[in-house]
Design a protein around this ligand. Structure first.
Ligand SMILES: [Zn+2]
Length: 75
């Protein structure tokens, strides 16, 4: 049987890109509801994307930098 967390991780990039099918999105969200580990991973990845976007346009704000390092510590 496939590890649900591994499956959830596979869906992370397309989830954040909003390219999942409705069915897959619900599946991912359902898993995230009950899995703290994956929820953190998704949140971290999302923060990373925000950071990457901001780096392109402006210097990284100090609060975001602090947020990112605290997320990294949680993982
Ligand atoms: Zn999980």
């Amino acid at each position: 049987m496939k590890d649900p967390c591994a499956h959830c991780e596979e869906m992370m990039q397309p989830y954040l890109d909003h390219t999942l099918s409705e069915e897959e999105r619900i599946e991912a969200e359902h898993h995230l509801d009950g899995c703290d580990w994956c929820r953190r991973r998704y949140r971290f990845e999302e923060s990373l994307r925000v950071y990457v976007r901001q780096v392109v346009t402006e210097p990284m704000p100090a609060d975001l930098k602090a947020k990112l390092s605290s997320l990294r510590l949680e993982l």
